[in-house]
Write a protein that binds this ligand. Structure first.
Ligand code: SF4
Ligand code: SF4
Ligand code: SF4
Length: 443
C-alpha cells in the first residue's frame, strides 16, 4: 500500500508533507546531490532540476502527488493530460458487445459551440496542453463537424488522437486526419478473419482493414509523426483468429496493437470472457494446496510450449502475476495518468467506465454501474472541474486504491451496483472495476 500526499510547485522544488524530521540530516549538513542533480533536502525538501521535472511532465505551478512506495518515492503530476471526448454517441455500427445496448438514455451529438467551450476550458498558462482523444461510446467520424472540431483543438495547441471503427475512414478522410495533424489513430479491428470480425461487428472486416491502409498511405506524404495502430478485443469465439491479426499488423509495420478484453454488458458476452482465472490467480500467490509459482522469462518456441501449457493449466495468466504486479492490478490509468472523459452532453466523468450508467455481468452477477459526474463543461472550465476538491479527493482515493478486492472476492449483494462496498467507501466504488485490473484496456 502506498501513501500519497499532495504538493504544488511554486518553482522546481518538490515538497513532502509527510516528512519525518527524526530521519533527516541536521540543518547544518549540506544537501547530498546525486549524479542527476537531485538534492536530498534538509527539512523534507527535494530540489529537482527543472528539465528533469519537465521530462516527467511536471511544470512550475502544477500540482504533484508524492507516494512513498517500497521502491522509494514516486512523484507524478496531477495535471490533466488527456481528455476522452465523446463528440457523438451515434454510430454507423451495431456491434454485439456495444455498451449502448445496456443504456437507457437518448443518443446525441455535441454541438460545435459546446466543443469550443470545452476546448476553451482546457487552456492553461504553463506546461503542455492536454491531449484531446476523440473516442467515447459512438463513432466520432459520424459527427458532421469532426473536421472543424479537430482543427479547432489543433489551433489551440492540443495534441489530437482518434479511436474509430474505421468504416468511414476513406482515402479523403485519411488525408484530412494527416493534414489536421492528428498524432495517434487507433482503428478497432476485432478479429483476424472475416468470420470473427463479423461475429463482433456484424459487417465484413474489409472496411476497417482498408482504413488502416488509407492511413498508412496518407502518412507517407508527411514528415509529421503519426502513430497508427489497431485495438482488438479477445473473446472466446474470436481469440483463435488474433494470431493472424498480429501477423497482418507486423507485416504492415503498425505502431501498436492493443489486445484487451470485452466488458460484458449482456449474459451472452459474459459467456465470451477470457479472464475468469485472472480474477483469482493474481490475488492468491501461495496457498496450502499449490506452491508459489515464480517464472523467469523464457522464449516462446516449440520447445517451451509444453511448459507454457503446463503453466497455463495451473492458472497463470498473461501477463504473469509474477511480473511487476503494481502495473497490472489495482491501477487506474485515468487517475494515474491524468485522464478524464466528457460525454456529448458535456458531462465530465473521471473515466470512460463512469461516463454512462450501464449494465455489466461480472463473476456471474448482474451489476449496474452508475455514472459519476464531476461537473459540466457548460458551467465551468474543465481545468476548474479537474481541481475541484471532490474530484481531487476521488482521484486520490482511486490512486491509493483503498477498495476491497471485490473483483477477486467474487461478488456479494453490495456489488450489484458501484454505490457501496464493505469498506463503507462513498460512491462510486471501484473494487470490481475491470479497467483497474487491466482486464479492459484504454488505448
Ligand atoms: S463501433 Fe463502438 S460505438 Fe459503434 S456500435 Fe461498435 S462498439 Fe458501439
Ligand atoms: S478504477 Fe475504474 S471506475 Fe474507478 S475511476 Fe478508474 S476506471 Fe473509473
Ligand atoms: S464488497 Fe466486500 S464482501 Fe462484497 S464482494 Fe466486495 S470485497 Fe467481497
Amino acid at each position: 500500500m502506498t501513501r500519497a500526499c499532495r504538493g504544488s510547485l511554486p518553482s522546481n522544488e518538490v515538497m513532502s508533507k509527510d516528512r519525518d524530521k527524526r530521519q533527516l540530516p541536521s540543518a547544518s549538513q549540506p544537501p547530498a546531490a546525486n549524479e542527476a542533480g537531485v538534492s536530498a533536502g534538509l527539512s523534507g525538501q527535494l530540489i529537482v532540476p527543472a528539465e528533469m521535472l519537465a521530462r516527467a511532465g511536471i511544470w512550475p505551478g502544477h500540482e504533484v502527488v508524492i507516494e512513498a512506495t517500497s521502491n522509494g518515492l514516486r512523484i507524478a503530476p496531477d495535471s490533466l493530460r488527456k481528455v476522452h471526448i465523446e463528440v457523438t454517441s451515434h454510430c454507423n455500427l451495431d456491434c454485439l458487445m456495444c455498451v449502448r445496448h445496456s443504456w437507457q438514455e437518448p443518443l446525441g451529438s455535441m454541438p460545435l459551440a459546446r466543443f469550443e467551450r470545452f476546448v476553451d476550458g482546457l487552456a492553461t498558462e504553463t506546461g503542455p496542453r492536454a491531449a484531446v482523444a476523440f473516442s467515447g461510446f459512438g463513432e466520432p467520424l459520424v459527427h458532421p463537424e469532426w473536421q472543424e472540431m479537430m482543427r479547432l483543438a489543433r489551433r489551440r495547441g492540443h495534441p489530437v488522437e482518434l479511436i474509430t471503427n474505421g468504416l468511414l475512414l476513406d482515402a479523403a478522410a485519411a488525408r484530412t486526419l494527416v493534414d489536421v495533424g492528428v498524432g495517434q489513430i487507433t482503428v478497432s479491428v476485432d478479429g483476424g478473419d472475416d468470420e470473427a470480425y463479423m461475429r463482433m461487428r456484424g459487417v465484413p472486416a474489409a472496411g476497417a482493414l482498408a482504413a488502416v491502409h488509407h492511413l498508412l498511405e496518407a502518412r507517407r506524404y508527411t514528415r509529421q509523426r503519426i502513430a497508427v495502430g489497431i485495438a482488438a478485443l479477445a473473446t472466446r469465439s474470436t481469440v483463435t483468429s488474433l494470431p493472424a491479426l498480429l501477423d497482418w499488423a507486423t507485416d504492415l509495420r503498425l505502431d501498436f496493437v492493443s489486445i484487451g478484453n470485452v466488458v460484458p454488458h449482456t449474459e451472452e458476452m459474459a459467456a465470451e470472457t477470457l479472464w475468469e482465472r485472472a480474477s483469482w490467480v493474481s490475488a492468491f500467490h501461495q496457498t496450502s494446496w499449490r506452491p508459489q509459482l515464480r517464472v523467469g522469462r523464457f522464449d516462446m518456441e516449440d520447445a517451451t510450449l509444453p511448459l507454457a501449457a503446463a503453466l497455463a493449466e495451473r492458472g497463470l495468466t498473461y501477463p504473469s502475476p509474477s511480473l511487476d504486479e503494481a502495473r497490472w492490478r489495482n491501477r487506474c490509468r485515468f487517475a494515474h495518468e491524468g485522464m478524464c472523459a466528457v460525454s456529448w452532453e458535456g458531462r465530465v466523468s473521471p473515466c470512460l467506465s463512469l461516463l454512462h450508467s450501464h449494465a455489466e455481468f461480472i463473476n456471474n452477477q448482474a451489476r449496474r454501474v452508475h455514472e459519476h459526474v464531476a461537473g459540466h463543461v457548460d458551467d465551468r472550465r474543465l481545468t476548474e472541474i479537474w481541481r475541484d476538491p471532490a474530484f481531487r479527493a476521488f482521484r486520490e482515493r482511486v490512486r491509493t486504491f483503498d477498495f476491497p478486492a471485490c473483483f477477486h472476492c467474487g461478488g456479494c449483494p453490495l456489488t450489484e451496483t458501484n454505490r457501496e462496498d464493505c469498506y463503507n467507501n462513498p460512491a462510486p466504488v471501484c473494487g470490481e472495476c475491470l479497467w483497474a485490473q487491466n482486464i479492459v484496456l484504454c488505448p
